[in-house]
Design a protein around this ligand. Structure first.
Ligand SMILES: Cc1ncc(COP(=O)(O)O)c(C=O)c1O
Length: 498
């Protein structure tokens, strides 16, 4: 029984001794002590964490389609080249998610059951990176929204929980999916466990080998996990026949999961990025960040995120793009690997979302569906395409993109860990590196910016990547022009965007 670290009860003597309250000897001192604790760091300018109450969790997802200056291109049926309808997607997704995919409503309510699970880790903290600012000697202010506090360690459960919920509600009992870095596979197995669904994960082979602990995590939440390409699907067998040592890619793993789901009535497919409804579910991140940065008495000049398929980037950036479209001046920066430079060097074209051409055709920046990115350690950024919504916003000049080499990215990750303490996932480290570039450019120009980045996950399962970096074994790979030309040949003859 202690208050302010002081024992307030005294044990009385004798057989029937009971704890007797001690008259508080110095109530004013104790009160003073508690107040002193609260009052040591009141000013928003010196505060480190900006936290919201559970009751402040956003109750709606924000749908950027309602505000986009140019509507995204229609999704096409690969056979007919005509826009697809809900029935074409029904074998793979529940109707509620198909509805969200095409919805033009500005806001979509988050079901209570989903909010209840979100409350296990949301709202997530917003940090002011005082120590990083000091380490680099910048005059800019740096804030980061930290999604690594979720049980699987990234932003991915924001959509995994929603997808598992709608599938269960519409009677599916099993989900099949791909995973690149292992973050999405763990997030979906976590969500399926909590909601009561079976789950099968096709994990890109290079990540399967680099990250055995992610595999165990997926298994701990009850899902089955196999390396992709696998012998379990036609798509996997076809790729292994041609390339027995294939490191795999997200495009290949997607083909396997789609084939699995399409072949079973009890199974739906769940995608961890790219699709409109996935990006929608992530917008809780940016909505919270808007409220938190207001608590800090600030507003960002620059919003930064890493882009694989684009979901964490969209999650943070879309609510701020809503402000930008309404007239506020914000620079929105997407960061990608030079080994897979989809936004900076890819073509805006219709392409398949997977390698085996099983998915509908979407208009997006692409490097070609049979492109297999070099096995860089940011496995979650090794995807040939990007979300169509992000592609359109890049075309409209609302988002800009930069690409970085992995040794530079790891140097920034280590600098961040050495000042802020958190060891970032290699994917998230691209956003840190982008932030440092922005701060450096501002300092050189004598400017002071407020920069907000999405720290999409921690890197506790990526220590092998850090080991390779420390051992000087990380290869810097920038996509070779000839390989890009080869890969882009795979989209010749497909419809072109209007
Ligand atoms: C921590 C982390 N950040 C970012 C990404 C990239 O995905 P997206 O662009 O969909 O956010 C991944 C993908 O696995 C990831 O694990």
């Amino acid at each position: 029984m202690a208050r302010g670290g002081v024992c307030l009860y005294r044990r009385a003597r004798g057989p029937n001794a009971r704890l007797k309250p001690i008259p508080d000897p110095a109530p004013t001192r104790l009160t003073f002590y508690a107040r002193a604790v609260q009052h040591t760091r009141t000013g928003a300018a010196s505060q480190t964490k900006f936290l919201l109450e559970e009751s402040q969790l956003p109750r709606r997802w924000y749908n950027i389609r309602s505000d986009m200056p140019t509507a995204p291109q229609p999704v096409l049926h690969p056979g007919t080249g005509q826009p697809i309808g809900p029935d074409d997607l029904a074998p793979l997704f529940p109707m509620e998610l198909i509805g969200q995919e095409v919805s033009e409503d500005a806001e979509i309510p988050i079901p209570e059951e989903v909010l209840e699970i979100y409350s296990l880790w949301r709202p997530t903290p917003l940090y002011r990176a005082h120590r990083l600012e000091e380490a680099i000697g910048t005059r800019s202010r740096i804030f980061y929204k930290y999604e690594g506090v979720s049980p699987p360690g990234s932003h991915k459960p924001n959509t995994a929980v929603a997808q598992a919920f709608y599938n269960k509600k519409e009677g599916r009992t099993r989900l099949a999916t791909e995973t690149g870095a292992g973050q999405w596979g763990s997030a979906l197995s976590f969500a399926c466990k909590l909601i009561g669904l079976e789950c099968k994960v096709y994990m890109v082979r290079v990540s399967y080998e680099q990250k055995p602990a992610r595999r165990s995590m997926i298994k701990a939440w009850g899902a089955e996990v196999v390396p992709s390409p696998s012998e379990e699907t036609q798509s996997g067998r076809a790729i292994l026949a041609e390339h027995p040592d294939s490191p795999g890619s997200l495009g290949i793993a997607i083909s396997e999961a789609v084939e699995d789901a399409a072949g079973r009535d009890d199974t739906a497919y769940a995608l961890g990025s790219v699709l409109n409804h996935v990006l929608l579910h992530q917008t809780v991140i940016g909505q919270e960040a808007l409220a938190q940065i207001e608590l800090a008495g600030s507003f960002p000049d620059v919003v930064v995120g890493c882009v694989g398929g684009g979901s964490n980037f969209a999650g943070l950036a879309f609510p701020f793009l809503r402000e930008k479209i309404a007239g506020r001046d914000i620079d929105v920066l997407a960061c990608e690997p030079a080994a897979c430079p989809t936004l900076t060097r890819g073509l805006f074209a219709y392409d398949f979302g997977d390698t085996s051409m099983l998915t509908p055709l979407v208009a997006m920046h692409t490097l070609g569906h049979d492109f297999v990115p070099a096995p860089i350690h940011a496995g979650g950024l090794r995807y040939h395409g990007v979300a169509p919504l992000i592609s359109q916003l890049v075309l409209d000049g609302l988002i800009r993109a930069e690409a970085y080499l992995q040794n530079d990215v790891f140097a920034s990750a280590v600098l961040f860990a050495g000042s802020e303490g958190i060891l970032p996932a290699p994917e998230a480290a691209h956003a840190i590196h982008g932030t440092l570039q922005v701060a450096k450019a501002a300092d050189e120009a004598g400017q002071e910016r407020t920069i907000l980045l999405n720290l999409s996950g921690h890197g506790h399962f990526d220590m092998a990547a850090y080991d390779s970096y420390f051992a000087g074994k990380l290869e810097d790979v920038a996509l070779d022009e000839a390989e890009m030309e080869r890969a882009l040949r795979s989209i010749e003859g497909l419809p072109t965007p209007a």
